[in-house]
Design a protein around this ligand. Structure first.
Ligand SMILES: [Zn+2]
Length: 297
């Protein structure tokens, strides 16, 4: 970019005290150092923000920052610790809109520090942390082109005249990568046609997330790779203790017995309860859902 001061440094059109350079990045002294030795690591290719930066290059910038930190620590520069800092966006304190990673030598009493709002001193509840996590996880899933591609393939497979659903959810089974993989495979194999979740969790997240008949979802494995599209057939709220043999069988896990279901699900719901600060009980309400695979079929 013609008017970018950091691009000018990369091109040699503007002076800088360069301490390291390779094919991908340049490291030089900040002209307004927080402490003496404050360095900036920048990519040679212009990227205004993190979202424009190739993640490969981002990884390389971090490696260069690590090496720079090591060099500062081994040098005569006054340094008892290092801060790495990257400001993405004006609200975050970004002033030059060419991504740069600060490497700041620190020592006790250097007068630099962070300012915290009052909010910092009131720790959020586990419920609030859980809700924050759920919201951000949705952002990860939406970045996946493979999910969209599977969805498009599904809608293209619908008979002429059948209107595709306006929206769909993307999710995986269970609460671990392993569970997501194993249960996802059971669904693909047609063995698992039912699932259940804790009603209390929807109360934390808001009722609009409750599954209902006709809902369509893309199911992913533990890595977020799409496996299939399912349609919710029916939804019923049942206390844990009243889940019957037929439902346990349709869940398709283990030997498909009610005994196995109760043991595996008690463990699972104990973890779920823990994440929302509740105790598991026989009467805890479960959202019991039956579904069918609609794509690929
Ligand atoms: Zn630039």
């Amino acid at each position: 970019m013609d008017n970018c001061i950091f691009c000018k440094i990369v091109n040699g059109d503007s002076p800088a005290s360069i301490i390291f350079e390779d094919q991908t990045c340049v490291v030089f002294m900040d002209i307004q150092p927080v402490n003496t030795g404050h360095a900036l690591v920048i990519p040679k290719i212009h990227a205004a923000s993190l979202s424009e930066l190739d993640p490969e290059i981002g990884g390389h910038l971090f490696q260069a920052a690590q090496r720079t930190a090591q060099a500062i620590r081994r040098s005569q520069m006054r340094c008892e610790g290092i801060n790495l800092f990257l400001a993405d966006g004006e609200a975050a304190g970004q002033d030059v809109f060419h991504v740069h990673l600060h490497v700041i030598p620190r020592y006790s009493g250097d007068g630099f520090g962070f300012n915290f709002s009052d909010r910092y001193w009131q720790k959020p509840s586990r419920d609030e942390l859980y809700t924050s996590a759920k919201i951000i996880i949705a952002g990860f899933v939406e970045q996946q082109p493979a999910v969209e591609a599977l969805w498009r393939a599904y809608t293209a497979s619908l008979p002429e005249g059948v209107r595709p659903p306006d929206s769909y959810d993307v999710w995986s089974f269970g609460d671990t990568e392993k569970m997501a993989d194993e249960l996802g495979q059971l669904v693909q194999a047609g063995i698992k046609t039912a699932t259940c979740s804790l009603l209390w969790e929807y109360e934390v997240e808001g009722d609009e997330d409750m599954p209902k008949g006709g809902d369509v979802s893309v199911i992913t494995d533990g890595q977020g790779a799409p496996l299939c599209v399912i349609e919710t057939v029916e939804v019923e709220v049942t206390p844990f203790g009243q889940v019957d043999e037929a439902f346990a069988y349709d869940e398709g896990e283990g030997d498909r017995s009610l005994e196995y279901w109760r043991s595996a699900h008690w463990k699972f719901f104990t973890r779920m309860c823990g994440s929302i600060g509740r105790e598991p009980v026989e009467t805890m309400p479960l959202v019991c859902e039956r579904f069918r695979v609609v794509f690929p079929n």
